[in-house]
Design a binder for this molecule. Structure first.
Ligand code: CAA
Ligand code: NAD
Length: 309
């Protein structure tokens, strides 16, 4: 519960490490978010190494980046297709792939993690990397819901650890939430803030509280839509149409759950429910649990509330 009322007083850097200009970025997790962040970082001139558990996953990530870049250039270079193709190739050259997480960390100014939403797995990963990464390297997590303080606790670089929370789809969504814990140094926070600006995004500063700003509002809204449907108060199609046409949202809540990933939504809500069990905003959903148990994670694997080609 203390976590829900935490106040942040920014720490001063205990190390001699000052404002790091981030050029070499290591992104761990080549899924929807990691691939999107890699794309945007490479397109803005950063050298990116994308790391995941297998070559096959990484090949899919790069294919996804290429597909997404082509969608971007189709609009940006509408009357100059050759310049568009050149841009795609130039960006792809800025992206390397690797399955060797520890070796890659050695050449990075920033290690940005976008793996499964599981505290223990994130802690283990950062704990290992802490021993291998150079002193100046900043660590950041793209977690949707976990306390950055808890993830950072497995490392000895608490002053050089923060949160960078991107939104899906990364190439389209302009916001990044920048999270400082009570131990994050001002230099680290500024470096992270400057990095998001260098990506062409708009940052907002967030406290290390569950869901920061956006998810603290968005996830209870999505869960409430599920509860409305579970109670028989509306079909999922009608609820989606209602929120798009009545509230001007680009996607309805069921479409958005599928887009984010039902596994991720379940990790988020289960984590918050465990922290604050009596809070009706964080009550689990039977329907969500059933779909996840059936392996239906949404758009990313072909079926969730809806089916995808
Ligand atoms: N990469 C590149 N370009 C893309 C893209 C992508 N992944 N997705 C969309 N675009 C661009 C393309 O130019 C596309 O045109 P083409 O289809 O001709 O290529 C254009 O946008 C329009 O796309 P769509 O026709 O697919 O649909 P749209 O107009 O509805 O836009 C959207 C798509 C931007 C995703 C929009 O529906 C939207 O904003 N949805 C809400 C997304 C949202 O709320 N995200 C936050 C989720 S919560 C989160 O991320 C935090 C968390 O921790 C869970
Ligand atoms: P995803 O399932 O699409 O991808 C996760 C990737 O991480 C997979 O490719 C997986 O192979 C890889 N991975 C898992 N464990 C790993 C490990 N130990 N080492 C290396 N790679 C590993 O998930 P996602 O939607 O990209 O979400 C990733 C993170 O970003 C989560 O923390 C999630 O909460 C957060 N996030 C998600 C969204 C969203 O809308 N999906 C938005 C913002 C933040």
């Amino acid at each position: 519960m203390a976590f829900f009322t935490q106040q942040v007083i920014r720490g001063f850097s205990s190390s001699a490490v000052r404002n790091v200009v981030i050029k070499n970025v290591m992104i761990i997790g080549g899924g929807q978010m990691g691939a999107g962040i890699a794309q945007v970082a490479a397109a803005t001139g950063h050298s990116v190494t994308l790391v995941d558990m297998s070559e096959d996953i990484l090949k899919k990530s790069v294919k996804g980046i290429e597909g997404s870049l082509k969608r971007v250039v189709k609009k940006k270079f509408a009357d100059k297709p050759e310049a568009g193709e050149e841009f795609v190739q130039k960006v792809l050259q800025k992206v390397s792939i690797s399955t060797d997480v520890e070796a890659t960390a050695q050449g990075s100014d920033l290690v940005l993690e976008a793996i499964i939403e599981n505290l223990k797995i994130k802690q283990d990963l950062f704990g290992r990397l802490d021993k291998r990464a150079p002193a100046h390297t900043i660590f950041a997590s793209n977690t949707s819901s976990l306390p950055i303080t808890d993830i950072a606790s497995s490392t000895s670089r608490l002053d050089r650890f923060g949160g960078l929370h991107f939104f899906n789809p990364v190439p389209m969504m302009k916001l990044v939430e920048v999270i400082g814990t009570s131990a994050t140094s001002q230099d680290t926070f500024d470096s992270l803030l400057n990095f998001t600006k260098a990506l062409g995004k708009t940052p907002v500063s967030c406290k290390d509280t569950p869901g920061f700003i956006v998810n603290r509002l968005l996830v209870p809204y999505m869960l409430e839509a599920l509860r409305l449907h579970e109670k028989g108060h509306g079909s999922k199609e009608d609820i989606d149409i209602a929120m798009k046409l009545g509230a001007g949202y680009p996607m309805g809540p069921f479409e958005l759950c599928d887009y984010v990933g039902l596994d991720t939504i379940k990790f988020i809500i289960d984590g918050w429910c465990a922290l604050d069990p009596g809070n009706p905003l964080f009550a689990p959903s039977e329907m969500l649990n059933k779909l996840v148990a059936e392996g239906k994670f949404g758009k990313k694997n072909g079926e969730g509330f809806y089916k995808y080609k």
